[in-house]
Design a binder for this molecule. Structure first.
Ligand code: AQP
Length: 350
């Protein structure tokens, strides 16, 4: 039975990269799957401990989920700190994972910078908590942006090591399931998660530099489109986006070596639910002076109803708080069952 899990950190304004890489996929997946979507507030304190108004940051991510079309009744929307089992399983995974695995993570290297000795231990262990977020529900599929691929490979490594190290106990407790890893059939407890990354914009790039990821922490606000930007701001940012002097090619191969052009075409395709080829069939041969206004119109058309609904939801947070409380209770009930089995497998007394 597939189960979808994903999370977003409450660490600032959401941007188009978060929307296309993650939230838009969350919405698409909910029709045919059981889904759990989490505001990962425990992750938010790994890079920076003290936040202004963390509570409203948490609410605004939940508001973005709901405004984008996630159904919190059919599915589960909650904040991570409401379910202590995430941190509990993360501790166990800290004992499963090896320090060398964590040291190799590119996100850790980027975020810790040169002064690695001074990074928080939580930042190093971030992928272990992320694996726990997913596996505390034994979720199988995780929609994320391309930047999270390495962390999901690590989640698979943790699940696999746990399954192998506790093989005997998993059998004895009758908690496992038969699964195939590569070609090999094993009896394991945690599934090896499948990342869902594909699509025309798996990594949305900065509007100012097509080789850099669009990110919340870029000092230039012109580098990203925020979900809360108004129509005029979106138009201005797309008009000012970096491009090259050539016209658009009529096939995807023609985008090679043109990162800014590729990024804008990918954004258009993702917003329109079309392929890049399809978009180039329409715009191939045209100048950016013609393509940019079409892209801006599309972005405003897709984003402005979401922005408006987010503002409405944030006007009186009672509704969002009720959704998070209810989601937290339902998530906790599921996580408790998994943790009880994990305790039995490990051999803790309970
Ligand atoms: N540029 C992006 N393109 C596609 N997907 C992206 N995601 C983030 N940036 C892009 C995806 O959004 C989801 C939530 O991400 P997060 O909460 O972990 O935030 P983040 O990756 O820390 O976001 P930023 O903006 O990149 O923050 P900083 O500036 O701190 O590095 C994830 O699925 C992520 O892949």
């Amino acid at each position: 039975q597939p189960l979808v899990f994903s999370g977003v950190q409450p660490t600032g304004n959401l941007h188009l990269g978060n929307y296309l890489g993650a939230i838009r996929k969350f919405v698409a997946l909910q029709d045919n799957n059981d889904c759990i979507y989490c505001v990962v507030d425990l992750h938010a304190i790994t890079a920076q401990l003290v936040h202004d108004d963390l509570r409203n940051q948490i609410r605004s991510i939940a508001a973005a989920f709901i405004a984008s079309g996630i159904d919190p009744v059919k599915h589960i929307v909650f904040n991570q700190s409401a379910v202590p089992q995430h941190a509990e399983l993360a501790w166990i995974f800290n004992c499963v994972a090896r320090i060398g695995w964590m040291n190799r993570m590119t996100q850790f290297k980027d975020k810790a910078g040169k002064d690695r000795e001074n990074a928080s231990l939580g930042l190093l262990a971030y992928p272990s908590l992320m694996a726990a977020d997913i596996l505390v529900y034994r979720a199988t599929h995780v929609p994320v942006g391309d930047d999270q691929k390495q962390h999901l490979e690590l989640a698979r490594d943790i699940a696999q090591k746990f399954n192998i190290d506790f093989q005997q106990k998993i059998r004895e407790t009758g908690t496992g399931v038969d699964m195939v890893v590569g070609e090999e059939p094993i009896h394991g407890y945690f599934p090896l998660v499948e990342p869902l990354i594909e699509g025309p914009a798996p990594r949305v790039m900065s509007l100012k530099d097509g080789t850099k990821k669009m990110s919340k922490s870029d000092p230039s606000d012109l580098s990203r489109i925020n979900l809360m930007d108004d129509a005029d701001t979106i138009l201005k940012k797309i008009r000012k986006a970096k491009t090259d002097p050539d016209s658009l090619p009529s096939e995807v191969e023609g985008l090679k070596g043109r990162p800014e052009a590729e990024n804008l075409v990918g954004i258009y395709a993702a917003l329109a639910d079309r392929t890049k080829d399809d978009v180039l069939q329409e715009f191939g041969g045209q100048q950016f002076s013609a393509f940019k206004p079409a892209l801006a119109d599309l972005a405003v058309h897709v984003l402005s109803p979401i922005t408006e609904e987010m503002r409405r939801l944030m006007g009186d947070t009672t509704h969002i708080d009720a959704i998070l409380r209810d989601g937290g209770e339902r998530a906790r009930a599921r996580a408790e069952k998994v943790m009880a089995e994990v305790f039995d497998i490990i051999g803790f007394l309970r």
